[in-house]
Design a protein. Structure first.
Length: 600
């Protein structure tokens, strides 16, 4: 695999050591270039004489930390490589009691098991798309609106009419959260951009509190197409926008949160509900058209619109809310491709984005609805099935196990197609359309679902096909079916999905922010999407107990009562399997900690 190291090296070399020396306890953290397997650690102390103890903790997401090893007494001051065995690690931090030493450098030996250098580049370039291609004129009615596609953007003009999608600006708000967290922009800069964008969204023309699909990026006016007339009012576009609104509100808080709540509060979801008795009852209408003063089309099939039902059911204004039964009214067609992976609830065109746009905001992991559908597993299997299809399909030269990403994108005809996908699709696996076109960012949006597979696709494109890389990271699409073709454009939706998915795989940040929102949680509960118990506190307690047990058995002579701790660890592992409530997890963790503390 590209980037994998063949021998242990100092993975911390040249990487910044972030510090929180005023915290209690103090800590110093280093982030590696990708997922790693660790073998040892050596710490350079400013004043080794005052170091009496320290703990080395590891994490894959910079959120949940697990103690890997603890040193006390002379061992803490030795200044030599100490044994540290840990896998799937992206972050290491050293924690010491306040005032008990200051770490100035880390030497962490190990190997990179998944090189994330390309992911880092793509994430940063995707963020730049949203930062640089937003309307930044504070006097403009379109402030904060983001260019939908680079091919329609004129960087030399701030007045030339340019269509922009509401959903793309929503991804722009999510990008601000990531940029602030990563330090690409200050929190204050990002918060001010978010606040201005929300003020713009609140001032745009709307119907039923629902925004139009397209506006003019520069004037904020509803867009008029030469051939199709005035843009439609789009519920899905408003919902995708709301995803970004919610995470920005939860992350920045204060006035940004108040404006985000105001936007959510005014959306009348029930106005798009079809209440006509018959086969379309409890389906959402897709769009409202001013020219007919009415609705057209329906959301019939499983799609990218799953969160319309959750957010609609959890609407803060009761008169705007919809019945959670709508979540169970759309058709759930079960199909498969081949025999490698099990059947899934498929979408109509089988496009990857239809398994991404809900799943990269709502954390569906470890959950199922009342019909026993695990929507996260469904998305993971759909992604792996896409990869399987590309590996098997021999009609196209472009496809392969490391070249896939069949999603809505540009094609060699220079037209955008939402039908690019893979089986299973429709009723008979024949609703998708393919001509060998692949979207790198289409694959990137599924990174959280298949980290290894998607990383291989992006590495393949970056290292072997440099023509697929543009100003803002990967270009929209490629096709090598003779003659070779690469799109010259980049799109907000694809950049946004890839950026959010990459960050979720690295830290879970967007999932955490989205799941903090009380209306989101209310909607999930009303739709009867239930989660298995979170065992993280018990997992951490077991890790700490294992460190204590290793120390007790390595002592000379070994502690005679080590068997008690070993038995307590075994009991805790059994309790983890049996736990069905948070209280049971807390109780088991406390019981184990009580035994562990006696071995401290």
């Amino acid at each position: 695999m590209l980037g994998t190291l063949s021998a242990p090296k100092n993975l911390a070399a040249g990487r910044a050591l972030s510090a929180e020396s005023n915290a209690v306890p103090s800590w110093w953290t280093v982030e590696f270039a990708g997922l790693t397997s660790l073998q040892s650690v050596q710490i350079t102390w400013q004043n080794p004489a005052v170091v009496g103890e320290y703990t080395v903790e590891v994490s894959s997401d910079n959120h949940t930390w697990v103690p890997a090893v603890r040193f006390r007494g002379p061992a803490a001051q030795s200044g030599v490589q100490q044994r540290l065995r840990a896998h799937n690690v992206r972050f290491v931090r050293v924690r010491v009691p306040r005032g008990a030493g200051k770490a100035t450098a880390l030497d962490v030996r190990g190997t990179v098991t998944r090189d994330e250098a390309v992911l880092e580049l793509e994430a940063r370039k995707s963020f730049d798309y949203f930062w640089e291609l937003a309307n930044t004129d504070p006097n403009s009615a379109g402030f904060g609106l983001v260019t939908e596609r680079t091919g329609r953007h004129d960087p030399s003009s701030t007045t030339t009419p340019e269509p922009t999608s509401t959903s793309g600006t929503g991804f722009g708000l999510a990008a601000l959260v990531i940029g602030a967290e990563r330090g690409w922009k200050t929190r204050e800069e990002a918060a001010q951009r978010a606040l201005g964008t929300l003020n713009t969204l609140l001032a745009l023309d709307e119907r039923f509190g629902v925004l139009y699909h397209y506006y003019d990026r520069n004037s904020g006016e509803v867009w008029n197409w030469e051939d199709a007339g005035r843009s439609e009012v789009g519920l899905i576009d408003t919902q995708l926008m709301l995803n970004g609104v919610i995470v920005a509100g939860e992350y920045f808080g204060g006035e940004v949160k108040a404006k985000a709540d105001e936007l959510y509060d005014r959306i009348n979801w029930s106005s798009f509900r079809d209440t006509t008795p018959g086969p379309t009852y409890n389906w959402y209408h897709m769009s409202y058209f001013d020219d007919i003063e009415g609705f057209r089309y329906h959301w019939k099939f499983s799609s990218e619109a799953k969160l319309m039902y959750v957010l609609g059911a959890g609407a803060p204004t009761p008169a705007h809310a919809v019945t959670p039964e709508m979540f169970y009214a759309f058709e759930r067609h079960i199909a498969a491709y081949g025999e490698t992976y099990p059947p899934i609830v498929n979408t109509w065109f089988g496009s990857l984005f239809t398994y991404q746009f809900a799943e990269i905001f709502a954390d569906f992991r470890h959950s199922e609805d009342k019909n026993k559908i695990d929507w996260w597993r469904n998305a993971v299997v759909a992604t792996k099935t896409h990869k399987e299809y590309a590996a098997r399909e021999d009609r196209f030269l472009t496809f392969g196990p490391d070249m896939w990403g069949m999603s809505a994108c540009m094609t060699p005809s220079e037209k955008y197609s939402s039908k690019v996908g893979a089986p299973p699709s429709g009723y008979n696996n024949d609703s998708h359309e393919n001509d060998g076109t692949v979207s790198p960012d289409g694959a990137g949006g599924s990174l959280a679902m298949d980290p290894e597979g998607v990383t291989r696709v992006l590495n393949n494109c970056y290292y072997n096909y440099p023509e697929t890389w543009g100003t803002y990271g990967f270009l929209n699409a490629l096709n090598f079916e003779e003659p070779d073709w690469v799109s010259h454009e980049e799109f907000a939706l694809d950049k946004g999905a890839a950026l959010v998915s990459i960050e979720n795989d690295r830290s879970g940040l967007l999932w955490r922010m989205f799941m903090k929102n009380s209306n989101v949680l209310a909607g999930l509960e009303k739709c009867e999407i239930k989660y298995s118990v979170n065992t993280t506190p018990l997992d951490v307690a077991i890790a700490e107990a294992q460190i204590a047990l290793d120390r007790a058995t390595a002592a000379s002579p070994p502690r005679s009562d080590a068997g008690e701790l070993s038995g307590a660890i075994s009991a805790a592992r059994d309790a983890r399997l049996d736990a069905t409530t948070p209280e049971a997890v807390t109780q088991a963790a406390a019981a184990l900690k009580g035994v562990t503390d006696r071995f401290a």
